[in-house]
Design a protein around this ligand. Sequence first.
Ligand SMILES: [Ca+2]
Ligand SMILES: [Ca+2]
Ligand SMILES: [Ca+2]
Ligand SMILES: [Ca+2]
Length: 420
Amino acid sequence: MTKMAEIVDLILLLGMLLLGILDLASGQIVYSVSEEVNKGTFVGNIAKDLSIQAQELESRMFQMLSGSNMKYFDVDLKTGVLFVNERIDREDLCPNTLKCSINVEAVVSHPLNLYRIEVNVLDINDNSPTFNLKSRYLNISEWAFVGERFPLPKAYDPDVGSNSIKSYKLSPNEHFSLDVHSDGEQSVSAELVLQKALDREKQSVIELLLTSVDGGKPSRSGTLQLVVNVIDMNDNSPTFSKPLYKIHVFENVSRGTSLVMLNATDLDEGVNSEIVYSFIYQEDAENIDMFSIDPLTGEITVNGNIDFEANGRYEIHIQAKDKGPNARAGHCKLLVEVLDVNDNVPEISITSLVDNVKEDSAVGTAVALITVFDNDAGKNGKVNCAIPSQIPFKMQPSYKNYYSLVVSGPLDRESTSQYN
Ligand SMILES: [Ca+2]
Ligand SMILES: [Ca+2]
Ligand SMILES: [Ca+2]
Ligand SMILES: [Ca+2]
């Protein structure tokens, strides 16, 4: 056919369409073909379906009308077979629509006729569900209630119908289950449901795998890593390493000396575990001022002059409090035993004294009663009382700190008239 003849034919055809002479409905045929099939795949036999002899196609100048969809198909003029001429991607051709079809038109002359051919493109499951993220972080308080729900991102699958997303699955774990909602076709979503209470102190991060599965045969799937960060709550009190600390200190210890480092720990995190140490002032504990405590380290130091004789034992109550909201506290007791140092000189007092001793006084005659007292305690308070041995007197212990000075040898006024 010459170019001129073609144009004439076309004008004629358009004229007929305008006048409504051409019966389009009579020329309508419908075929179906799957997407992504090979070039040359049989779609239908046009000659047979339009009741045209295959050998007449050429003589009646059968031709597909130029249009944007023509490239997908071609006709073998010898056999009348309509076949796939180019790759058909349903998802590219008809994104987000359930039904996808390609309309092509064909024309024959003698007599002139126009045919419309509709080819339905059938979906195949050639896409896997995908999430637009590799991983999703969820911050969940360790105080979340069992039964609490947490929405999850949806996956996307460009296929349609049963080839699209059908369900979600969750990796086995002890804390969460999955609730899958199917709100009609193309809309399946999932929520995490807390099944067992969280405890940040036991496990602070929980990793899960969410899998989206489509309904194709065979099915395809896509995964999303879920990272649950368990947010700390102030549910632990500081605890001292020992409920009772016992220390000994010499009474002459100098001010500022470090005595002991108390240690408390709190299993929580951040401010919920930051500890402040302090003394608990009780009614009978005014002597605590002898000591001080470092609020940050728990170090106890001497803050006064410790005097065994004034107080030999201190009992101090200490608290460790965290800085969290609704602060929690732990307690311990510190016992300080003061050790005596020999810092007191024995005091000797003569209770009674015989002014004159006769030189014929018998051995054993008491001439004085002496009291010895030492403010120190224990060994340091023990007093040994003695007098020079070359004189005829001796000390004789009588009762506790009392001694008697007794004559221990012959007295001779002529040789020694006075003893001091
Ligand atoms: Ca799919
Ligand atoms: Ca598909
Ligand atoms: Ca705490
Ligand atoms: Ca906690």
